[in-house]
Design a protein around this ligand. Structure first.
Ligand code: ADP
Ligand code: MG
Length: 487
């Protein structure tokens, strides 16, 4: 063994090797100097690895037989015990110390000093273990104090190395994320702008004009509500449409995207126009078809009336019935073709529904169908168009009466913002359930198929919902929900 170079206490805290040659060399040099300074015949340095195991990282002197990488078992031997307690200690007589009983002690060790390496936040990084041979004096409190200071320097260097590693890997992750973000942004068909917490764009911003005005307003709202939202902006001058989306960033401010959707909007408008044309065509055919039946009746009756005026009373009543049917058809057609304008007022649904129930009472009684009402109390007002909701109730009560035989029962229920009509009538098969809201769909010989179509229009205009439950032979339950409109 080469004779140790003279070592001053300050050299134990020398960090230049760390910068020049890296952590491993610096640890070897420092341990070597410690051994010399403390006149130790052997020294080991154990450090925690990434996997949490504390392993032998550096050694010198008589400990050189222990292979590097050997892990300390917590609680076992001097090292394992000190690691668990965090207390530095001197073992004066290794043979009598119970802590050393389990360790393989060589005869030449007379005194040991074990110092934990503990970080600023109390985290255990490892230990330094120094031992003196027989014949040397035992370690004393001054040695222990000095060794603890060296351990503190090592702890600082290790913390720095860990922080450096962490920063390095964070930088790599950040670089990767930035690259991903760049790729994502390049795939976005539109412009993306970031704005700060005072609403100013960090770079550029939408061109002046309608988008900038609307975007500025949206950003102001977002800075208050912190909620993302999107909206369309149309410029009648250039006939262009944009989709604008704003979303908050956790760090304050947010992101604004602007997408030119002019061509998408145009093709949507065109599709809607074609659909309307198709509906008008369907409607005209259906109207002609519906009017032809009563018209045939009226024409035939008039013909027969001309041949035999004595039957005037009979034919006049047929003509009157058919005319009334035509009138009803015309009214329903008109109702459907008119754009729906609601006159919303806050109120209680149960009152409106009750009025319609009262009107239907006599018809139900005449057919022998029981009509029951279970009108619950409503604590909040619902905003609805009274006349239109009456129309819904009329249609549902008419359908239920038509579907229910004498002896059956129809129950009307109301609660907060909704009402339902349930009957014990003939129910619906799956095809009927699919088509019942389509205009002119009817399974009745004298039906118009417009009742539920109109019901749907009114509910949609209220922003409400309709649920249908029905089984053939079991009856039907239709529930209308206008709750979203609670005022
Ligand atoms: P219409 O009553 O003129 O047939 P609607 O639009 O009111 O037109 O109803 C469409 C179809 O839905 C009816 O023909 C019927 O087949 C079915 N339907 C509606 N309500 C009920 C009900 N309560 N029970 C059974 N079937 C019903
Ligand atoms: Mg009907």
């Amino acid at each position: 063994m080469k004779s140790p170079e003279p070592v001053g206490l300050s050299s134990l805290f020398e960090l230049s090797t760390l910068q020049k040659e890296g952590m491993e060399v610096w640890l070897d040099v420092t341990l070597e100097r410690c051994a010399t300074w403390f006149r130790a015949s052997g020294a080991t340095l154990f450090l925690k690895d990434r996997d949490g195991e504390v392993r032998l990282k550096s050694k010198t002197g008589h400990q050189s037989k222990v292979p590097l990488g050997t892990a300390i078992v917590k609680g076992e031997g001097i090292a394992g015990t000190v690691l668990g307690t965090g207390e530095p200690r001197i073992i004066g007589d290794p043979h009598s110390d119970p802590m050393l009983k389990v360790a393989a002690v060589r005869d030449e060790i007379a005194s040991s000093m074990v110092i934990p390496i503990i970080g600023m936040a109390g985290e255990e990084f490892g230990i330094i273990n120094l031992s003196r041979s027989a014949g040397e004096e035992s370690f004393c409190a001054v040695d222990l104090d000095q060794a603890a200071q060296v351990a503190a320097t090592i702890a600082m260097a290790v913390s720095n190395a860990i922080l450096f590693d962490l920063t390095q890997s964070t930088m790599i992750t950040l670089d990767r994320k930035a690259e991903e973000l760049k790729a994502v942004l390049s795939c976005v068909a539109g412009s993306v702008y970031v704005f700060s917490s005072n609403g100013c764009f960090e770079k550029g911003g939408p061109d002046s004009g309608p988008v900038l005005d609307e975007a500025t307003r949206a950003i102001e709202t977002l800075l208050v509500t912190r909620e993302s939202h999107d909206f369309k902006v149309t410029d009648p001058k250039s006939d262009k449409t944009w989709l604008v989306h704003v979303a908050p960033l956790v760090s304050g401010g947010g992101v604004l995207t602007v997408q030119d959707i002019t061509s998408i909007q145009k093709s949507q408008d065109e599709t809607a126009r074609l659909r309307r044309l198709a509906e008008i065509g369907q409607m005209s055919a259906a109207i002609a078809h519906e009017l032809r039946n009563p018209l045939t009746g009226i024409k035939g009756s008039a013909e027969l009336l001309r041949q035999d005026p004595a039957l005037a009373a009979d034919f006049a009543s047929i003509i009157l019935d058919e005319s009334l049917r035509m009138e009803r058809l015309c009214n329903e057609f008109l109702e459907i073709s008119k754009p729906l304008k609601l006159s919303l007022k806050p109120g209680k649904l149960s009152k409106t529904v009750q009025r319609v129930i009262d009107l239907w009472g006599p018809e139900y009684a005449a057919k022998g169908v029981e009509l029951r009402a279970d009108l619950g109390t409503e604590s909040v007002n619902t905003s609805f168009d009274e006349a239109k909701v009456e129309q819904i109730a009329h249609n549902l009560l008419r359908n239920s009466l038509e579907a229910t035989e004498a002896g059956g029962e129809v129950v009307v229920e109301t609660s907060e913002g909704r009402f339902s009509v349930q009957d014990t009538g003939l129910g619906m098969d799956s095809e009927t359930k699919q088509r019942l809201f389509s205009p002119f769909f009817t399974t009745k010989s004298n039906g118009t198929g417009l009742g539920l179509c109109n019901v749907r229009r009114i509910i949609d205009a209220h922003g409400g919902r309709v649920d249908v439950r029905s089984e053939t032979g079991q009856g039907t339950r239709i529930e209308i929900n206008l709750r979203d409109n609670a005022a």
